[in-house]
Unconditional design. Sequence first.
Length: 97
Amino acid sequence: MLRGFASLFVILAASAAAQQQPTAASAPVPARAIFEKDWVLMNWALKFYDADRDILLSPGEAQAAAAAFRTMADVNHDGRVTTDEYRAARAFILARY
């Protein structure tokens, strides 16, 4: 499960870097789906990125939260979030927020 989350972040980073329109077969998972699968990340994202305070993440809010999480989690700055980096960032969020 955690490996899947790390893969999602890699897909999001790659698609943002390429800035191409994805085909239906290779369409990245929306950023919001990452938060819908993990209650810790969802609560963190709502606390800091739900700008209109409607208790929902709009696509733009989810993108901003995903980018912030990617920056936080990618400690070696290689553009990928590994399973270990994901777990460490999640534990950090759980302990701090």
